[in-house]
Design a protein around this ligand. Structure first.
Ligand SMILES: [Zn+2]
Length: 155
């Protein structure tokens, strides 16, 4: 694993242990060249997914990117970080078990919203409002109409 500080490829693993969610292994690494320390996570990846955008552009699926967008939506919400981590792992597992390597970005967005809707309505609305920028207006109207009963019962 290349050192993120100096680029040295010969780094050492100092410690390995399961992360809290038990679906990943956390490794503490040390770079003998610059003394830098960093952490890597090892996860089971059932297949290499490719995201197909609505423009037709393809790019490798990026779990970190998915995680960032979900964490932004979940900001300051009363949901345990562990629960968020489980949720992200659950989404990735669903994507991996769909049986296809190519997955439309729309499908990912829908799975994320479906999952958020079950966990936290506010996070769902936040994510959906960002997501709508990438979708036709008609699609978003559908999401909003699906959303209404849940928000009404909360307030
Ligand atoms: Zn280094």
């Amino acid at each position: 694993m290349r050192c993120p500080f100096c680029g040295n490829v010969d780094t050492q693993v100092k410690d390995s242990r399961p992360a809290e969610d038990h679906v990943s292994i956390r490794r503490r690494r040390f770079c003998p060249a610059c003394g830098g320390r960093f952490t890597t996570y090892e996860r089971v990846q059932l297949r290499d997914l490719v995201v197909v955008k609505s423009s037709g552009k393809r790019e490798p699926f990026d779990r970190d990117k998915l995680e960032r967008s979900i964490r932004i939506a979940m900001q300051k919400r009363p949901v345990e970080p562990e629960r968020i981590e489980q949720m992200i792992s659950g989404i990735v597992r669903r994507l991996e078990s769909m049986g296809e390597t190519d997955i439309a970005s729309r499908v990912i967005g829908e799975i994320v919203m479906e999952t958020l809707a079950r966990i936290d309505t506010v996070a769902y609305v936040r994510f959906a409002s960002v997501y709508k920028n990438f979708q036709a207006a008609g699609d978003f109207d559908k999401f909003v109409s699906e959303l209404r009963p849940a928000t009404a019962s909360e307030e």
